[in-house]
Write a protein that binds this ligand. Structure first.
Ligand code: TXA
Ligand code: MG
Length: 342
């Protein structure tokens, strides 16, 4: 073999060993404090940083940087009139983003932050149209995940005011609950200067409860781990649950969302070769491919999106899901599944 041919075949061989996509997008596992500071600096410099939260992984950008925020929309292929949630490290930062905050909203923030709850409030001057989708209100959340807390604190130490972070998936698709979900779905759309932080699987697994606090009573726009009953008990107020009110721009209120490639079919019997998801006490119908067997509602929420993704990884055309019963988290899981099946 000539030298030239040998060189070509060596290059070919190496290119087979190296996965170029892996080189492009690095996942930083269990980031150290130094890496966290670098990630915060990356946000401050206008780059995107995907990070874990206790609900799902978010795709973060400096909430005051229009260019960075517009990249979030394009990476997600999300319509620009869909507002983003601003993430802050503690309730102490809330006054920067919101004004005229009703007393019951303060009560909710004190009780459930840091945690899986987003409050919709009247926006301050800092919350520009490019994050609110031209609305006069803003969504704010204080996540509890330690890595999210660290990142936000480091970002605020650098003078940052807040980080927008939609779920780190393509618009309308299944939210990521692990760092490799983010890489698989958005890796190609991200740049080498962007980052993905890994903090293990999201502990809750479905997105935060969204509570609109624009009226005299709280209105639940998206159910989640903070349940209607918990909001009522904390505030002493009767809570209204939103019903597909099209005038409010919340994906939680879209009839179709959270969809895998496979067709999701609810409460019917699968055929051999179809995917199947149900509580552990329900046996797998003959020939169906079991995607998860959660033992309780907490586990169902935690495993739901991984199970839907697993169905896609296995190239299944259909996933049959047995809807869980029960109030609280059960309602939130049914809400996501009905939309993914729509
Ligand atoms: O758990 C969560 O909330 C995750 C993690 C990463 O924090 N984030 C998340 O963001 O789910 P996203 O963008 O995927 O969903 C947020 C929902 C969207 O449906 C958006 O339309 C709605 O919140 N939303 C945001 N700001 C709003 C506002 N001002 N008024 C009404 N809805 C709003
Ligand atoms: Mg989302």
């Amino acid at each position: 073999m000539g030298t030239r041919r040998r060189r070509v075949s060596v290059i070919y061989f190496i290119s087979k060993l190296v996965k170029w996509d892996d080189l492009r997008m690095e996942i930083i596992s269990n980031p150290t404090q130094v890496e966290m500071k670098k990630a915060a600096q990356a946000l401050k410099d206008g780059h995107l940083v995907a990070f874990p939260t206790e609900t799902v992984y978010g795709l973060g950008a400096d909430a005051t940087n229009q260019n960075a925020v517009s990249r979030v929309y394009s990476v997600k292929a999300r319509p620009t009139d869909h507002p983003l949630i601003v993430h802050i490290s503690s309730i102490n930062q809330l006054g920067k983003w919101a004004v005229d905050i009703p007393e019951y909203a303060v009560t909710l923030a004190e009780q459930f932050w840091p945690g899986p709850m987003t409050l919709i409030l009247k926006r301050s001057e800092i919350a520009k149209d490019f994050i609110t989708g031209d609305q006069e209100n803003v969504g704010v959340r204080v996540p509890a995940h330690q890595a999210a807390q660290n990142l936000l604190k480091e970002f605020e130490n650098l003078g940052g005011l807040g980080v927008v972070a939609p779920s780190a998936n393509r618009f309308g698709k299944v939210s990521p609950t692990k760092s490799n979900h983010v890489k698989e779905e958005l890796g190609k759309a991200l740049m080498s200067s962007d980052l993905i932080l890994d903090g293990g699987p999201s502990q809750i697994g479905i997105e935060s409860t969204i509570v609109s606090c624009l009226d005299s009573k709280p209105l639940i726009l998206r159910p989640g781990a903070i349940t209607t009953q918990m909001v009522e008990r904390a505030t002493g107020l009767h809570v209204i649950e939103a019903n597909l009110n099209k005038s409010i721009k919340a994906a939680g209120l879209l009839s179709s969302h959270y969809s895998p490639k496979a067709k999701v079919i609810l409460d019917q019997i699968p055929h051999p070769g179809d995917g199947f998801l149900a509580m552990s006490n329900i046996p797998t119908p003959e020939g169906a491919i079991r995607l998860a067997s959660p033992e309780n509602l907490e586990q169902y929420a935690k495993e739901l999106y991984s199970a839907l993704r697993l169905g896609d990884d296995k190239n299944l055309a259909k996933i049959y899901v047995d809807l869980p019963v029960g109030t609280g988290l059960g309602e939130a899981i049914r809400d996501r599944l009905r939309k993914s099946a729509y």
